[in-house]
Design a protein. Structure first.
Length: 311
């Protein structure tokens, strides 16, 4: 290994940024302020790092990541689960911000995740709107569930809150419509996606926001990315049941609801689902296979720039 290569891990919290450097082991702490972020950027630039890795921590990392990327530094955010699994694999049990930064730097040096281009402002706005829409749906569901069992003197307040949430949801949907219409590329992709029977605005916009790789990967890669590719669980003579795991949970949950509907109304998916059930496959196995088939079909449609066509 070239000893001049530096791998940097940054643990981001609300108040501070813990930085660790491999292989030197140097650590520093910066406050999470605009002024100190400039100091951190200059410090990182002075090391000419081969890679800078941050944990994707609930949005706190985005400003740091975009600032580093704007300076041309090779920075990438990684799923926290991967970092924790790496820490366990290397025997790191203790957890502090400084130790986390060291683990992230070690992860960067050992696994070297690929640096991906950052989303532009419009793409980030689309993702933020879809995330907010999902949060409102969750709150609406919770309030409607409470209404069914709430005492009568509380029901009026719950109904008022439901009305507020429904108005906010409509505003979010209007904002999404306007944002999609501003982009000829998004409009075109949305038309392609919704040409498939059973695919509505929610799935189409979730794919646009959460799965920009759609149409650029092969069938195996896109299925694994979303988490609908079954993984083997075999060891010696033991043959375990294949399961799906990981991937983009938000995309998968929306895709699941779409597959349930498509298994009834989309002629291709319906026939595929019925064949699986007749072959003795359990409901969840058959629906997961339908999810994968829908995703692969949509991936091919975007790749070939073609709408749904049964002929």
């Amino acid at each position: 290994m070239n000893l001049q290569e530096h791998f940097i891990g940054i643990d981001v919290s609300k108040d501070k940024l813990d930085v660790a450097v491999r292989p030197s082991g140097e650590t520093r702490i910066f406050s999470n302020t605009h002024e100190d972020l400039r100091r951190l950027t200059q410090y990182v630039k002075s090391l000419t790092p081969a890679l800078v890795v941050l944990e994707a921590t609930g949005g706190l990392h985005r400003t740091v990541l975009s600032t580093l990327a704007a300076e041309g530094l090779p920075a990438v955010a990684v799923n926290p689960r991967q970092i924790r699994n790496f820490a366990k694999a290397t025997g790191t049990v203790a957890k502090t911000d400084r130790i986390d930064a060291q683990v992230i730097a070690h992860f960067a040096e050992a696994l070297r995740p690929q640096v991906r281009p950052l989303k532009d402002e419009q793409a980030e706005r689309l993702q933020a709107l879809m995330t907010r829409r999902r949060q409102l749906i969750d709150m609406l569901t919770a309030e409607k569930n409470r209404l069914a069992s709430a005492p009568k003197w509380i029901q009026k307040d719950i109904r008022a809150h439901i009305q507020i949430l429904e108005r906010r949801l409509k505003h979010i949907d209007d904002d999404l419509d306007k944002l999609i219409k501003q982009s000829p590329l998004w409009r075109h992709k949305e038309e392609i996606l919704q040409s498939m029977p059973g695919v509505g605005p929610v799935l189409a916009r979730t794919l646009l926001a959460e799965l920009p790789e759609l149409g650029t990967l092969n069938r195996h890669q896109i299925a694994a990315l979303v988490g609908v590719a079954p993984f083997n669980r075999d060891s010696g003579c033991f043959k375990g049941r294949r399961t799906i795991w990981g991937g983009r949970a938000h995309v998968r949950s929306v895709l699941y609801m779409n597959a349930v509907v498509a298994a009834r109304f989309n002629p291709v998916i319906k026939a595929f689902y019925q064949r699986l059930r007749q072959a003795g496959k359990r409901f969840k196995v058959a629906i997961t296979a339908c999810m994968r088939k829908i995703l692969i079909i949509l991936n091919t449609m975007i790749k070939n720039d073609s709408c749904w066509n049964l002929t």
